[in-house]
Write a new protein. Structure first.
Length: 101
C-alpha cells in the first residue's frame, strides 16, 4: 500500500440547522395575537377576557442561573458572565438586613 495513494478523510463540519421557519411562525402568531388584543381593548373588552397564548418551544435555549432568562447557546455564553458580574454588584439579603438594623 502506497501512502500517497491513501486519501485523507476530513470529518464533515457540524452544521447547525436554521430554525428560521419556526421563529417566523412564532413572530407571525405574536403579531396576530397583538392585533386581536388591540381590537378587543378598543371595543371595550378587558385584558383578562383574552386567552393566554401558549409559550413558544425554546427547548434548545440555555437558562441563565442568575436571572432565569433563556438564551441561545451563543448569546448565553456572552450573557451569563455579564449577568454574574451584575448580580454581584447588587446588595444581597444580608447587606439590606444590616443596613436596616
Amino acid at each position: 500500500m502506497n501512502i500517497k495513494s491513501v486519501s485523507r478523510v476530513e470529518p464533515e463540519p457540524h452544521i447547525v440547522k436554521s430554525n428560521w421557519r419556526r421563529k417566523h411562525e412564532d413572530f407571525i402568531n405574536a403579531i396576530r395575537s397583538a392585533k386581536q388584543m388591540q381590537v378587543h381593548l378598543a371595543s371595550g373588552g378587558k385584558l383578562s377576557d383574552l386567552a393566554i397564548s401558549p409559550p413558544s418551544d425554546n427547548s434548545d435555549y440555555v437558562k441563565c442561573p442568575h436571572c432565569s432568562r433563556r438564551f441561545s447557546q451563543t448569546v448565553a455564553s456572552r450573557h451569563i458572565p455579564k449577568c454574574n458580574s451584575m448580580q454581584s454588584n447588587k446588595p444581597g439579603l444580608r447587606n439590606t438586613f444590616k443596613a436596616k438594623h
